[in-house]
Design a binder for this molecule. Structure first.
Ligand SMILES: [Zn+2]
Length: 216
């Protein structure tokens, strides 16, 4: 019984060290995320009533904090104006820059320009709730507003439904010509020897396989 318990503890020790490594890696990652998002906590409690301005440069480090972000890269400048009133906070967000997204036509990445404004009202109440899309209630006891998830949502909601490379100054498509030629050839039933399957099924799936071949 004793021997068994020693053996087990050796085994557990092994797991223990690999667990430590895993926990440490997760800790480093979480700490990085917490550090990155810390700046987005607006501590309003100690500020006098009136106007306050904050500015942020939003890049890959910000999007890396969100596992499901459709945006991975970008360079967006945010000017945030906060009006602190007796019973309310008014936040005006001004975004300017670009984010990188995948083109629906050629699947290559391109820069989607970002230039828009949003306003939200923060009111005080008993608990956290949302009275409308732009009216948020937070408890009286709260001392800060974390704007990171508003920034994340605004940047995703503003993306166009149809995402394609913008045309150049002469009106020509900005898409990857090589990829477009391959798509066109497949659509016309051309059996390219480098392609082992003709285009069939969902066009988007076929495009994905083209993309994979190109990178090989
Ligand atoms: Zn494109």
């Amino acid at each position: 019984m004793r021997l068994k318990s020693i053996r087990r503890s050796k085994k557990q020790k092994h797991f223990f060290f690999s667990d430590i490594r895993f926990i440490f890696a997760a800790f480093i990652k979480t700490t990085g995320i917490l550090e990155e998002l810390k700046a987005y906590k607006i501590e309003f409690m100690g500020l006098p009533n009136g106007k306050h301005t904050f500015s942020f440069d939003i890049g890959s480090e910000f999007f890396d904090c969100f596992a499901h972000s459709e945006i991975r890269h970008g360079d967006v400048h945010l000017d945030l104006h906060m009006e602190k009133e007796e019973n309310m906070l008014v936040f005006d967000f001004n975004f300017h820059g670009w984010v990188e997204v995948s083109c629906d036509r050629c699947l290559d990445m391109y820069r989607e320009p970002v230039d828009f404004e949003r306003r939200i009202y923060i009111k005080f109440g008993e608990d956290h709730s949302e009275q409308a899309d732009d009216i948020i209630v937070i408890p009286h006891t709260e001392t800060y507003v974390d704007i990171s998830h508003y920034v994340y949502e605004f940047l995703h909601l503003v993306l166009p439904l149809r995402r394609v490379h913008p045309d150049d100054s002469q009106g020509r498509s900005g898409c990857d010509p090589d990829m477009l030629a391959r798509v066109k050839a497949h659509s016309a039933g051309n059996t390219d020897p480098s392609a082992d399957k003709p285009l069939e099924g969902a066009p988007f799936e076929a495009l994905k396989s083209l993309r994979f071949k190109k990178s090989n």
